[in-house]
Design a protein around this ligand. Sequence first.
Ligand code: NAD
Length: 293
Amino acid sequence: MNIIDGKKISSEIRAEAAKKASLLAGRGVIPGLAVILVGDNPASISYVTAKEKACAEVGIRSFPVRLPREASQEELLGHISAFNSNPDVHGILVQLPLPEHIDESAVISAISPEKDVDGFHPANVGKMLLGEDAPLPCTPHGIIELLVRCGVETSGKHAVVIGRSNIVGKPVACLLMRRKPGPNATVTVCHTGTKNLAEYTRCADIVIAAAGRPGTVTADMIKDGAVVIDVGVNRIPDQSRKSGFRLVGDVDFQSVAPKASLITPVPGGVGPMTIAMLMDNTVKSAERAARLN
Ligand code: NAD
């Protein structure tokens, strides 16, 4: 079977986090995660709900905040400031995207770097780039964990990343090129400025697709035996579903799967890993705080 079971691997990581959380609880420290949602974007609501559910399972106390779409930036910053100084809160997550009138980078920068469990704060991004210890962004870190736990040899291999966003493309490229004991891969980053995407993907041992466009990767673009990680989450209208839509990735799964040595499905691949790494980051932050006390 060449389908990577992200749900299974993520549940292993969550079980490990739960074990650490219960050790902390034995010492009187309950890991705490503030989960802030502004507005009522249906996808964001479902992500936040899934994150809070995972918190409950792992033994993390969640501190939910729901603000209306029209909430001001000052109000949001006020909540962040309160959580920054609350010792019961070890992680602060602001669900993105934010409404247009709110400056996303000002909000991310307002989160204390020690509590930045999304790994988006510029100080933590800088540390990641320098190879210093810092909370790693959850989706890219989850992708690396999938590769490691599936025993994929990455050292000396050619990885092609499709996408250059700050939350997936750039950080996953950065992590993939980390020297041993990191992945130690040779990395090519493709984006909307890339002239012939297939020329690059056909030479790839590992393809990471994070374009946010269905059908970006088709069978003719993949060499036999490549490892294909599909990060894309795209909602396609589907009247046969109760929800009225179904989720597909960026990879044409039906045609690519027979050629790939390993491939992630959507859903059930990278998505669950993002939540697992968030749990891991929150528990690690609580462990750090407990050590300092
Ligand atoms: P984004 O829109 O910010 O970035 C997309 C990137 O892909 C851009 O850098 C763009 O240059 C590149 N791109 C787009 N079309 C391309 C093409 N045809 N050829 C080459 N490059 C192309 O998106 P993002 O936030 O990085 O997210 C990417 C996808 O991953 C989305 O579908 C998103 O929903 C999904 N995502 C999933 C998770 C998860 O947990 N599974 C987490 C984050 C993002």
